[in-house]
Design a protein around this ligand. Structure first.
Ligand SMILES: [Mg+2]
Length: 178
């Protein structure tokens, strides 16, 4: 099996979206919520309108932290000749789209802008492998599914990456490419 084209999600795969959202939500409201409590892929019932107003604030997405080893692994795979596509949903918001683009420019400067796709229909993208946390995207994708393990995607069938372990993802890609 040869895997060449890798589709990679941003939020909860490359970027620590939920961690930052919870941190800011708690700061603002005095609540104590944490990412592992999100059992369904639905932010509305988790953080409601307050949460939405937090992540739609300018700069929220451009300031997110990458999970450990995500950036170096992507760079390594790119240098090794894999066709990397970062595919993300900007929730229909132009500020979010601009913030995400800035994030990519700053953290993955080697990635050509043509390899960054903003879409709400990610499952329609063509590739050999999709690394995502969204049950919808993964369930509809017809290639190899790699699931970033979360409480809300336990039912999704595919290879599973635990603890945001990008070194495990790298090993998986290498083992599938052999
Ligand atoms: Mg995601």
């Amino acid at each position: 099996m040869i895997i060449i084209k890798l589709l990679i999600d941003m939020d909860e795969v490359i970027c620590d979206f939920l961690g930052e959202l919870c941190r800011r939500y708690n700061q603002l409201t005095g609540a104590e919520i944490y990412p592992e409590q999100l059992k369904q892929y639905d932010l509305t019932s988790f953080v409601g309108e307050i949460g939405k107003s937090i992540f739609l604030r300018p700069d929220f997405f451009s300031e997110l932290k990458a999970f450990p080893h995500a950036v170096e692994t992507l760079k390594k795979l790119y240098i090794e000749g894999y066709h990397l596509i970062v595919a993300t949903d900007a929730k229909g918001d132009s500020h979010v789209a601009a913030d995400k683009k800035n994030w990519i420019k700053r953290h993955l400067p080697f990635l050509p802008s043509t390899n960054f796709i903003i879409s709400s229909e990610k499952h329609l993208l063509d590739g050999d492998l999709f690394f995502d946390d969204s049950p919808d995207v993964l369930n509809w994708f017809s290639g190899i599914k790699v699931v970033m393990d979360r409480p809300y995607n336990k039912e999704v069938k595919g290879y599973r990456i635990f603890n945001n372990d990008w070194l495990q993802f790298y090993s998986l890609v290498k083992s599938l490419t052999k």
